[in-house]
Write a protein that binds this ligand. Structure first.
Ligand code: NAD
Ligand code: TYD
Length: 337
């Protein structure tokens, strides 16, 4: 059946992987990609499908009512990936995070209220729960965000919930753990470490490197979104995690080992302020819906590292930009001696 999906933030890491998946899996679907092309939005991520007649790119801001209104009127479903997504940047300054993550989500919801929509799928994160010393969060745990990025993602979720309950918007939410894979902007840890290691630059490990994250291969995240978009229960929230505990220092070692680089590249640096100790999701609810992750954590890491080895033009074009260099200097200039 033909459907028009309004995908926001499709030029970013996960959005681009998801646009690829939709065009591959659903020959009858049309995709409108609304993206502001911030520093993280990269048209090169979708260059291979740019001329596909089922695909349309709209350059614009999800917080701009005039842009959003006609697109929502045209769409059957909205999948909202657009966000400011980097914790360290949210600590340096939070205004853009409030603008896009909170106000932008509100503008999309309000347009959905006016025009009616089959599904509003909001992409969220495990970071809304805060930090958990042991055990795993299920979807009933309270939202206790601890950094500005997570606070804006939690705020967006509260709006999604309220618009579902007050206005009957048919919402679903997925909360995923740390994604890795192709097209991730090299400010996030894994692509930062891989690209630094290839160039024999230091790998900055915050604090003692014992913080734990759950890694999820981006294709498995996209298959989960696909499933919830089509089969999830309206009004529900679904955790999406790989159910593995990986420490920072383990990540650095795995990357250096695969690339054949020396451990001396690891540099312990001043910790992130308010650094969350551990994220860990219980994903049994989405598994009961039929989701099975296909790529284990070791293979996910291997494939991801190899992708950056094979696509140096992609990331060197980013790292050569003045805005990337300015961010790197601001974030690491005082940390890396
Ligand atoms: P990203 O930073 O790589 O991409 C974000 C995209 O949104 C970019 O293309 C950017 O140009 C666009 N964008 C930003 N502000 C916009 C605006 N106002 N209007 C329109 N477009 C705008 O992010 P990502 O890592 O792909 O994350 C996508 C979503 O998934 C986000 O909502 C994020 O919170 C969530 N998430 C990410 C992870 C992860 O590990 N990366 C994990 C869980 C959830
Ligand atoms: P990141 O990729 O920013 O994702 P998130 O904070 O959303 O989990 O960071 C992942 C982990 O890596 C987190 O514990 C912080 C740590 N980290 C470093 O140790 N050094 C770095 O340079 C970066 C960017 C992150």
């Amino acid at each position: 059946m033909t459907k028009t999906l309004l995908i926001t933030g499709g030029c970013g890491f996960i959005g681009a992987n998801f646009v690829h998946r939709i065009l591959r899996q659903y020959p009858d679907y049309r995709v409108i990609n609304l993206d502001k092309l911030t520093y993280a939005g990269n048209p090169a991520n979708l260059a291979d499908i740019a001329d596909d007649e089922r695909y349309r790119f709209v350059h614009g801001d999800i917080a701009d009512v005039a842009t959003v209104e006609p697109l929502v009127a045209e769409a059957d479903c909205i999948i909202n990936f657009a966000a400011e997504s980097h914790v360290d940047r949210s600590i340096l300054g939070s205004a853009d995070f409030l603008h896009t993550n909170v106000n932008g989500t509100y503008v999309l919801l309000d347009a959905a209220r006016r025009h009616g929509i089959e599904r509003f799928h909001h992409i969220s994160t495990d970071e809304v729960y805060g930090s958990i010393a042991e055990g795993h969060w299920d979807e009933s745990f309270p939202l206790e965000p601890r950094n500005p990025y997570a606070a804006t993602k939690a705020s967006a979720e509260l709006l999604v919930r309220a618009f579902h309950l007050s206005h009957g918007i048919p919402t679903v939410v997925t909360r995923a753990s740390n994604n890795i894979g192709p097209y991730q902007y090299p400010e996030k840890r894994v692509p930062l470490y891989v690209t630094n290691a290839i160039d024999d630059k230091p790998l900055p490990v915050y604090g003692d490197g014992l913080q734990v994250r759950d890694h999820l291969y981006v294709d498995d995240h996209c298959s989960a979104i696909d499933l919830v978009l089509h089969k999830g229960t309206i009004g529900e929230v679904y955790n999406v995690g790989g159910q593995n505990d990986v420490t920072g220092i383990d990540v650095a070692h795995a990357i250096l080992r695969q690339l054949g680089k020396p451990e001396a590249l690891i540099q312990f640096v001043e910790d992130r302020s308010g650094h969350d100790l551990r994220y860990a999701l219980d994903s049994s609810k989405i598994k009961a819906l039929g989701w099975t992750p296909l790529v284990g954590v070791d293979e996910a890491m291997e494939r991801t590292i190899q992708w950056y080895v094979d696509h140096q033009d992609w990331w060197r074009a980013i790292r050569d930009r003045d805005d990337y260099k300015a961010y790197y200097e601001r974030q690491y200039g005082d940390r890396l001696k």
